[in-house]
Design a protein. Structure first.
Length: 155
């Protein structure tokens, strides 16, 4: 039978070998992410040119003081009603039916586009108004507005 193993020798790497391996890993990562690194450098340069980088750096270094100033400002009496209304606004946003609103916003945008190109110098006569009511698009819009007003006035 073989003798039992009583001693284990660990592989030892020299510091130069470890540094060389680390450098190879970093070089590979830089090579793989070249575009991202260049975009990051461009972003930093833009922030530096605008002065925002210095402000952000100061904000991070003095975050406790900045947070105290912000909280101190928010606690002023003139902002109390705004903060109370914000919670109400969030609840209101939860009640809105976004798909229905987006439908009406789309129609409003189309109407504004038509109004922009409509003739501004030609006045509308009573007879012209009556003829316009026969137009299916105008009639549909008026019917939609009347339905909206009925729904809004319902108790």
């Amino acid at each position: 039978m073989a003798n039992p193993i009583t001693e284990m020798k660990r592989m030892e790497f020299s510091e130069e070998a470890i540094e060389e391996q680390n450098l190879a890993e970093v070089t590979a990562a830089v090579s793989e992410n070249k575009d991202v690194i260049l975009k990051g450098i461009d972003l930093l340069a833009t922030l530096d040119e605008s002065g925002a980088l210095d402000a952000l750096n100061a904000l991070v270094k003095h975050k406790q003081d900045a947070l105290e100033n912000v909280v101190g400002e928010i606690n002023k009496p003139q902002y109390a009603s705004t903060l109370e209304n914000m919670s109400e606004l969030f609840f209101l946003l939860g009640d809105l039916k976004v798909d229905q609103i987006s439908y009406f916003v789309e129609k409003i945008n189309e109407g504004m586009g038509e109004a922009r190109v409509a003739s501004k110098e030609e006045p509308t006569s009573y007879m012209g108004l009556m003829k316009t009511l026969k137009n299916p698009e105008v009639n549909r819009s008026i019917t939609m507005l009347l339905g909206f007003l009925r729904g809004m006035g319902r108790e």
